[in-house]
Design a protein around this ligand. Sequence first.
Ligand SMILES: Nc1ncnc2c1ncn2[C@@H]1O[C@H](COP(=O)(O)OP(=O)(O)OP(=O)(O)O)[C@@H](O)[C@H]1O
Ligand SMILES: [Mg+2]
Length: 310
Amino acid sequence: MGSSPRFSNIDMTELAIKMDSVSFAYPNSDGPVLQDISLEVRRGEFVGICGPSGAGKTTLALAIRGIIPYTVPGKMKGTVKIFGEDISGQVPAKLTQVMGLVQQDAEAQIVGLTVEDDMAYGMENLLIDPNEMRSRFPETLKLVGLEGYEQRETHALSGGQKQRLAIASSLVIRPKILILDEPTSELDPIGKWEVFRIISDLRERRDMTIIMVEHEMDYLVEYSDRLIAVDEGKIVENANPEQFLRSPRVFGENALERTPDLFGLHLRLAEMNLPIEELPFFSTPNDAQEVLHSILYKLHRPKDTKDAGR
Ligand SMILES: Nc1ncnc2c1ncn2[C@@H]1O[C@H](COP(=O)(O)OP(=O)(O)OP(=O)(O)O)[C@@H](O)[C@H]1O
Ligand SMILES: [Mg+2]
């Protein structure tokens, strides 16, 4: 299945993130925005988070990163542990090397006048050797498809390029955990796919743990090891892709998310009178291709055999 993360060789025994009964309310919010969230993410896991607008996904991402309740204050209960360490009360900047966050609003995240300044900014407090720093720029920009953009002024970048830069500025620090909050909203389908592929590849090569908030269900199902649906501040589903796709809570009546195209195809095929006993599950283009190929083969074989006998 190519670089499909579900066939990853990473030993996922260590806990990267552990949230215990986390509830959070902004000072001016009516009630809690996060309600009793408990979540464990293993090192090297790729966890996709989805759910309707206003569900609390961004708030959850900020709580994992420690920005809530330190920088964005509010009433918080419960604990967040990162690699076993309780981060409550820690200055978020101290965790920069451990956790990167690509924020939903990429534009707001960009602080440098030029692309290079922006990538350098996050590394300033980390005492990374300037030569080492500069050597990371070209390879990181190449990764996100902004090769040669070092001196470009950030204000002149397109929305999609700003998203790519926000990802680059997080990646250049090489964090152990990367949290991405709707990082592909401004990108075209190929750009979206590229981002998923890059992130998935990096987690394999650099042993990164990935939390990706997304509405792009097709990509999310293909690349995540586990998917979480958030609704009204609660985790309402937490399962591997196959179980997740079959979740009536997420895709049934009052669906929280759009059914991914490939799974829609799977459902339609399952209703057809196909020459197979049970339709194998598929949720990635490669798997779908294999399954469709085997169905077509079975459909055509009797005719071919008859033809051959003439
Ligand atoms: N700074 C804030 N102060 C007060 N309320 C907030 C603040 N940020 C978010 N909220 C509220 O908290 C709830 C959850 O918001 P959040 O941004 O976490 O949702 P989300 O799932 O990320 O939504 P979206 O898909 O639109 O990005 C919403 O009702 C929102 O209005
Ligand atoms: Mg959000």
